[in-house]
Design a protein around this ligand. Sequence first.
Ligand SMILES: *Cc1c(COP(=O)(O)O)cnc(C)c1O
Length: 369
Amino acid sequence: MPNDKILVTQSSMPPYEEYIEAIKPLWESHWLTNMGMYHKELEARLKEYLDVPELSLMVNGHMALEMAIQAFDFPEGAEVITTPFTFISTTHAIVRNRLQPVFCDVKLSDGTIDETKIEDLITEKTVAIVPVHVYGNVCNVEEIQRIADKYNLKVIYDAAHAFGVKYKGKGIGSYGDASIFSFHATKVFNTIEGGAVAFSDHRIYEKLYNLKNFGIRGEELVSDVGANAKMNEFCAIMGLCNLKHIDKAILERKEIYDFYRKKIAEIKGLYLLDEKEDATRNYSYFPLVIGKDHEISRDEVFARLRENNIFARKYFYPLSADQACFKNKYRNANIINARKLAQNILILPMYAGLKIEVASRIVNIIKTN
Ligand SMILES: *Cc1c(COP(=O)(O)O)cnc(C)c1O
């Protein structure tokens, strides 16, 4: 089937035969879910790959965040300082836990939470900070931890974009009290749908194990109000297969990333976000800032690409704080930089297997004349 649409991403898949071969044993065991052997194996492999002390697999990244927040038993109505410059899931997970999001501004330089503005937002109701390593850009984890320690707050990172990223030689998921990853089909690494919580305190493993399995603790005991957030064996096997090819996939992304970077640098009015020193990259996204001094606006670039069947995305416009379900509901924060970034950002197509010719065509459309 011919398909010349270029989407912002394309799901990585292992060779067909490899996956088919890998799922065959399920027809013998008939064990399809409920923490089966592949669930256990993927958990162990990912713990190693992500370089984190503990890891719990989940059905998706969103439930990973919901469960991670729930695991800390915050009192209802408590406040959580977070970023509006993120996928809507981050804010949903806070609100669905009956907590109040308090939106903090971000830095224009890299889109992560502005750590210098966190302390001003803290009240006696604040219990946690939920920052996002947006596009795989690492937050100022040291300063965020210093503030959390000073005010006795938990830090739960949304690391959905930061699969495999290391900071100062450590897995990004080893910072804070917990970090969540997404293994959705559109992410750098996928299990079709899936996610995980990484953390250091082993007691959280038990807690999450219960929460993701209806809160069931024993055959006749339900101790927590849990959910069903278990990863099934087909997804775990997809993860085991994809994990074999992940390093190559990331290298292929890097080629496109480097190509875009080089070309973009030659065009007036286009800017890139800062890359943090001491942090590795996974090339999950190619965020481009289209400045006022560019010939045409972000929305015009977006429309022009679409006319050419190229589907760039405006992640994250509108901000989560400005969405219908959250607008004017919470403490009115000054999120001026987040709004500005959301107006000017465009994510270009980038994935393993995207041809350089296509990337070149995209750059030419953006360049205008
Ligand atoms: C993808 C994503 C999620 C949710 O993950 P799913 O696996 O799709 O449920 C959460 N936060 C951010 C920032 C994401 O990009």
